[in-house]
Ligand binder design. Structure first.
Ligand code: NCD
Length: 304
């Protein structure tokens, strides 16, 4: 188990691996039909809804000539009372690698204790989403030099957004000249643990309009209403403040011409469709990059 390549969180990824993954993702972007996964079977276990992560893993597997088994929860023996652990253990018998998404923060990490094939975290509750962060980093790197000074704003529900958590950790790990701007409602700020750990500078605010003209990257997220149910945070009182953590096309036009706007999607009111044709909007490109980064990740995890 020692040499197994899992991707569970950003902390356990070393800097050299991150750079290798960026290089391989670019290779796959230029060579999108490279067969590296012949005879490999990937198990996709999504215990939470997913469009982009699930389908881009599927696309990556197919582009690399691999095969996949998607656990169909509705028709699985979990409906007969089978435990989660037995379900995952069963999939291990059929597959070479498991991609898992689960609403509990600790479930995926716990799987590494009793599963001996590689595991990729495709989202653990409001914890992390490391493969999304890697594809986000790849997208940022395509337009900005990561070694120069960069102003990167995260805007929205920073408390519950696992994509933000992983990307903040990742950028902080590999960049030395970032100023982070964390723009959110007071109820939705990052937990203190982030601020204690950050190496780079950060500024917190609650109005996107105040920073839009000075930043290089804007990373928007939706309100994670399904997670607020558990923390009792969601209240209609929050709604009037939402316009300060939303964007419009007029605001976007105030940004620098080379500023890029990213969003992991799905989106709600915070990112209207009128922004889609703005040249700064890169979220569709970001999605496509997800396939190339996941091709690189699968190759690395299977050490092929
Ligand atoms: C995100 C997720 O599932 O965490 N989407 C994604 O994977 N691209 C973001 C979200 O649900 O808001």
């Amino acid at each position: 188990m020692m040499n197994k390549h899992n991707i569970i969180n950003i902390k356990s990824l070393d800097i050299q691996t991150i750079h290798e993954l960026l290089i391989r993702a670019l290779f796959f972007k230029n060579n999108p039909q490279t067969v590296t996964l012949t005879n490999k079977i990937i198990g996709n276990l999504f215990f939470e809804p997913s469009t982009r992560t699930h389908c881009s893993f599927q696309a990556a597997i197919q582009r690399c000539g691999g095969n996949s088994i998607d656990l169909q929860l509705e028709y699985s023996s979990m409906k007969k009372g089978e435990s989660l652990e037995d379900t995952v253990k069963t999939m291990e018998q059929y597959c070479d690698l498991l991609v898992i998404r689960h609403p509990e923060k600790d479930f995926i990490e716990r799987c590494t204790d009793y599963i001996s094939i590689p595991i990729i975290n495709a989202g653990n509750g409001d914890g992390e989403h490391p493969t999304q962060a890697l594809l986000d980093l790849f997208t940022i790197q395509q337009s900005h030099n990561l070694h120069k000074s960069l102003k990167i704003a995260f805007c929205g529900d920073l408390k519950h957004s696992r994509t933000c958590h992983s990307l903040v950790y990742l950028l902080d790990k590999i960049c030395d000249h970032i100023t982070f701007y964390f723009i959110s409602d007071d109820l939705l700020v990052l937990d203190d643990i982030f601020f204690h750990q950050l190496r780079n500078k950060y500024i917190c605010g609650n109005d996107l309009g105040e920073v839009i003209s000075s930043i290089d990257v804007l990373y928007m997220t939706r309100l994670q209403k399904e997670r607020m149910k558990y923390t009792n945070i969601f209240s209609p009182l929050l709604l009037p403040t939402l316009k300060n953590i939303s964007i419009t096309n007029d605001m976007l036009n105030e940004a620098k011409p080379d500023m890029i706007l990213l969003h992991p999607l799905p989106r709600n009111e915070e990112l209207p469709r009128e922004c889609d044709s703005n040249p700064r909007s890169k979220y569709f490109e970001q999605m496509k990059n997800g396939v190339y980064m996941r091709m690189a990740i699968l190759e690395w995890c299977l050490a092929v």
